[in-house]
Ligand binder design. Sequence first.
Ligand SMILES: Nc1ncnc2c1ncn2[C@@H]1O[C@H](COP(=O)(O)OP(=O)(O)OP(=O)(O)O)[C@@H](O)[C@H]1O
Ligand SMILES: N[C@@H](CCO)C(=O)O
Length: 293
Amino acid sequence: MLTVRAPATSANLGSGFDVFGVALDRPADVVSVERADETTIEVSGAGAQYIPEDPRKNTAGVVARELDAPAHIRIDKGVRPSSGLGSSAASAAATAVALDALYERNLTGDELVRVAAEGEAAVSGEAHADNVAPSILGGFTVVRDDGVFSVDADVPLVACLPDIAVSTRDARGVVPESAAMDDVVHTVGSAATLTAGMQRDDPALVGRGMDERVVTPARAKLIDGYDDVCAAATDAGATGVTVSGAGPAIIAACYPARQRAVAAAMVEAFEDAGVDARAYRSTVGSGAEILGE
Ligand SMILES: Nc1ncnc2c1ncn2[C@@H]1O[C@H](COP(=O)(O)OP(=O)(O)OP(=O)(O)O)[C@@H](O)[C@H]1O
Ligand SMILES: N[C@@H](CCO)C(=O)O
């Protein structure tokens, strides 16, 4: 039995739709694998009742098929499904790393990301790698069709997860088909600012880089209390706030001294809107790790 832990992730970060992603410290999925003649899956933990154990419909099973690496796969979910924290991606990432080690394939980081993205495609309809990349590689990641790179960064983050569900498939359905040129220019400026902020470990630049005018407003409507939570986070010292992935989680950047206050303010604002929520205080985390063989 070989066991791998893969972290939750936050994709997009506002200005990097389908491109940017960041690994969190927690929560995480823990996946254990052992060789078998055919792939079977057991799921436990957060939201397990909503997650298929049919290998054709579970991201882990799709990864096993893509690698031609049949195994009995046990998934202990730490990342709740339909959260905006890369739940389906964490399982895909952990399984890709685990089966690569179990079958001694020695795949590169890029190859692991590509295989795990096929798992994502099976559940959300499109192979977007912006969650699996940071969950495998760690750090702040930039993915494009021609490859992926990761930057180690030390920027405090708060991921606030409300007790509501928004599926990626639904959230992708509200993304506008096109954007005005001045909004495109604004997004490029924000994306460059955010990337510089990650390179410099600068929470102010990262926060400013989260500002985006096309996708975020369309998705904010799917999250009860979004505007109030953003205002509360900013008042508590957040340098930037935006939708985490496809939502409903909301992610904020801040300075270390304000992280606890920002987390409390976001939870309180959701509760004032009638929504239970929890906050994860994190830095930019490391990627998947083998816990034991
Ligand atoms: N191993 C898995 N873990 C979690 N969800 C899975 C898994 N395999 C398949 N799914 C399906 O994927 C969907 C959850 O994926 P979805 O992208 O909506 O949530 P998410 O990954 O938390 O969101 P985001 O991608 O925005 O972070 C659910 O419908 C779930 O049934
Ligand atoms: N970039 C994807 C991430 C999903 O987590 C989306 O926003 O739909």
